[in-house]
Design a protein around this ligand. Structure first.
Ligand code: TA6
Length: 301
């Protein structure tokens, strides 16, 4: 894969002390954003947030030490962008799980900073490669803004002459001290299905993860908090553009099937993922747009 020149990126889009580009693992272009409220790192490959550290609160995201940083493979951890499908591709297509956006090199459109915020905007448009997997004309933009919170906006525009149907999700891996010290709040009363069963159940009280968990929730409010008793930190995930959120932890057995995770990594991570899938999948008419946004805010408890 041809990566853009780092010196040129710094010249054109960098800002001393606030926005800096470097060559990361396996040469991937990485940008570091810094502001008065914290710091964040983004890989242009995948349009993928790799780290977020609000001042005084430590790293909020988990990235696997065994992650691949190779063209064609997703980075394991941080915030993968799953698009234009969330979950498996059409059977027999050979297309990648969770879409292709996370394994593509994105274009850098702009960077911006002020006293309060530091921002980067990336985009992806259809190409011969994307058309082989998904034959539509589109523009996908991601805006990553570091301020008091970290906010991500994913904007899909239908540039085709036909309606565009897609599913999507942000798939953040939150770093936890120990999964046994964690409870997830904001789901009380919410309907959920427990993958792969279609049976609808209802959450009672806070969610405590005690085994493999792969649930799709429809919470009343789009606000879910991960409370970590050992770190004494609460991470609030708020979102719009969907009513659904997946909560995922592979736990001790399933994790062995992931070559890019260590066997005990399930104790250090929890995914809470705003997604459009099933009855929240999106159909856009030509020229229409949809925005999925997610904001992450950590606080001491
Ligand atoms: O969001 C949960 C999930 O879809 C799980 O089913 C699990 O396989 C996970 O995402 C990770 O997917 P990946 O393609 O990144 O290995």
């Amino acid at each position: 894969m041809n990566y853009p020149d780092i010196a040129l990126l710094n010249q054109r889009f960098g800002a001393p002390g606030r926005i800096a580009f470097r060559s990361g693992e396996a040469g991937l272009p990485i940008v570091s954003l810094a502001g008065k409220y914290g710091a964040c790192e983004v890989s242009l490959y995948g349009g993928h947030v790799l780290g977020y550290a609000p001042v005084g609160l430590g790293p909020v995201l988990f990235v696997s030490k065994r992650s691949a940083y190779e063209p064609g493979k997703p980075i394991r951890g941080g915030i993968p962008v799953c698009w234009p499908w969330f979950g498996p591709a059409t059977e027999g297509s050979g297309n990648p799980l969770h879409g292709f956006a996370r394994i593509m090199q994105w274009d850098l459109d702009a960077t911006e900073y002020s006293g309060e915020a530091t921002e980067i905007r990336l985009s992806l448009t259809d190409s011969e490669l994307t058309r082989r997997m998904w034959d539509f004309a589109f523009e996908l933009k991601v805006c990553i803004r570091l301020e008091q919170h970290l906010t991500l906006e994913l904007v899909t525009e239908n540039r085709d002459t036909r309606p565009l149907e897609f599913t999507q999700g942000f798939h953040p891996y939150f770093r936890v001290s120990d999964i046994s010290a964690v409870s997830v709040q904001g789901l009380d009363g919410a309907a959920f299905t427990d993958h792969p069963s279609p049976e609808v159940k209802h959450q009672r009280g806070a969610l405590v993860i005690q085994g493999e968990t792969n649930r799709i929730y429809t919470p009343e409010k789009n606000e879910i908090a991960i409370r970590d008793g050992k770190l004494k930190r609460a991470t609030l995930v708020t979102f719009s553009g969907t009513r659904n959120a997946v909560v995922w932890n592979p736990w001790a057995e399933r994790i062995k099937t992931f070559g890019d995770l260590a066997e005990d990594d399930y104790t250090r991570m929890l995914c809470v993922e705003p997604v459009n899938r099933g009855d929240t999948s999106i159909t856009l008419e030509p020229n229409e747009r949809h925005t999925l946004s997610m904001s992450i805010q950590a606080k001491l408890m």
